[in-house]
Each structure stands twice: as structure tokens, then as C-alpha cells.
Design a binder for this molecule. Structure first.
Ligand code: IYR
Length: 231
């Protein structure tokens, strides 16, 4: 049965709204995906706060179909790197099409993934394709249908990345393909599907990023108001 309570909503002045929104935009415009990480340690609390922030995301039926596995153990990072590089090497050398490799060329990526060991934290994000509960009568596990899990986890990861960036950390969103090895190495159950790896820490002293840009606002925003020709 639905239960309701009054919303806690802080109404801001328009000046305050504009100032906050402009400030947030300016900060987000400085985010870059980084592939060369320093081994320097990062306060764990920054990672925990980022995961807590991700946990505030909206989700289908509020089922919160996500698990964030935070890895700092060097031996586990080494295993993840080794498994990822096996898959990535196969992908770059055989599985990816010429068109795909061409699309990636401006990023300068290849199958070598030293950052999976160098960065102090790997956050392995899992999508719970379905939930599990124990039937009280039979003691057997019962599957619970989950809704919109891809969208839900995508939104949560976006919020995770914002938090890490605003905390002064660099990130890399990495999707080794296929990444079923993450279930084995991190001992996650079959209902949890690897979604992506977020590599985080500080950039290496000599880190470089490709010279690429973002589309202009006019190229991504289509406005339909009372003055427009309606679509
Ligand atoms: N997963 C590979 C390839 C890759 C694919 C896309 I699409 C990218 O935007 C970047 C990389 C890798 O991590 O190198």
C-alpha cells in the first residue's frame, strides 16, 4: 500500500538557481576521461560518498537494481587487469570491426590496460537483472522481476561520475567486452550482470588526453515552445 509524506523541497531564488546551475555546468565542463593514472592513494570516504550519491538515483519501481563493488586490493586488481587484457586483446585484434576501430582511433586506445592496476580504486558496477528473495514456505529462492534496469543503472553511474569529478578525482568508464570474468573474480551471483568498470584516482603526472570536444548546445538541444513550428 502506498504511503505518502510531505515533500521536503527547498525553493530557491532565481538568482540562486542560475548561479548554482552555471557553477555546476562550469565544473562538469572540466571533466575528462583519463587513461593514465597515478598510484597515489585516494581517501576511501570519497569513493563511499560517490557510491552513496549513486544510490540516490531514481530507478524503475525504486528497485535500485545495482551493486557497486569497490576494489583496492592489488592482487584483485591484477587479476581484473589480466582478464580484461585477454578479452581486450582478442577484441582489438579480431572481434572489433574496421569501422569500430576507426571510430576509436581519435581516442588512442588499445588492449593494454595498466590503469586497472595503477589506479587506487576500481568500482565494478553490476546491474541486477532480477531480484531474489527466499520463499518463507519452501525456503527456495524466488526471482523478482526488475524494470528498466539498464536506464536505472545508467543514471546511477552518471551520478557516481559527477560525485567523483566534483571530489577532484579523475575517472575512466571502461567496458571490457565480454566482462563475465568480473562475476568470477568478484564472486557475484548470476542475477548481477557486469555493467561497467569505473577506474578512479588521480591522473598520472604526465597524463595526456586526446584533443576532442563536445557538441555545441545548439547541436544537442531542440526546443519546442509556442513560437516553434510544431513537429
Ligand atoms: N572496450 C575497449 C574499446 C573501447 C570501446 C569504446 I565504444 C570506447 O569508447 C573506448 C574503448 C577499451 O576499453 O579499450
Amino acid at each position: 500500500m502506498a504511503q505518502f509524506q510531505r515533500i521536503h523541497f527547498q525553493r530557491l531564488s532565481v538568482e540562486e538557481q542560475l548561479s548554482r546551475s552555471q557553477h555546476f555546468l562550469q565544473q562538469m565542463q572540466t571533466r575528462r576521461t583519463v587513461r593514465d593514472f597515478s598510484t597515489e592513494a585516494v581517501p576511501y570516504e570519497l569513493i563511499a560518498n560517490a557510491v552513496a550519491t549513486a544510490g540516490t538515483a531514481p530507478s524503475g519501481a525504486n528497485q535500485q537494481p545495482w551493486t557497486f563493488v569497490v576494489v583496492s586490493d592489488p592482487a584483485t586488481k591484477r587479476r581484473i587487469r589480466a582478464a580484461a587484457e585477454i578479452e581486450e586483446r582478442e577484441s582489438y585484434e579480431r572481434r572489433m570491426s574496421a569501422e569500430w576501430l576507426e571510430a576509436l582511433a581519435p581516442l588512442g586506445t588499445d588492449w593494454h590496460k595498466p590503469h586497472l592496476e595503477d589506479a587506487p580504486y576500481l568500482i565494478a558496477v553490476f546491474r541486477q537483472a532480477y531480484g531474489l528473495r527466499v520463499d518463507p514456505d519452501t525456503g527456495e529462492p524466488v526471482k523478482i522481476k526488475h524494470y528498466y534496469t539498464e536506464e536505472s543503472v545508467g543514471i546511477a553511474v552518471g551520478m557516481l561520475l559527477c560525485s567523483l569529478h566534483l571530489a577532484g578525482l579523475a575517472t575512466l568508464t571502461h567496458t571490457p567486452s565480454p566482462m563475465g570474468f568480473l562475476n568470477d573474480i568478484l564472486q557475484r551471483p548470476a542475477n548481477e550482470r557486469p555493467y561497467l568498470l569505473v577506474v578512479t584516482g588521480y591522473p598520472a603526472a604526465e597524463a595526456q588526453v586526446p584533443v576532442i570536444g563536445k557538441k555545441a548546445l545548439a547541436d544537442i538541444l531542440v526546443r519546442v515552445d509556442e513560437t516553434s513550428d510544431r513537429p
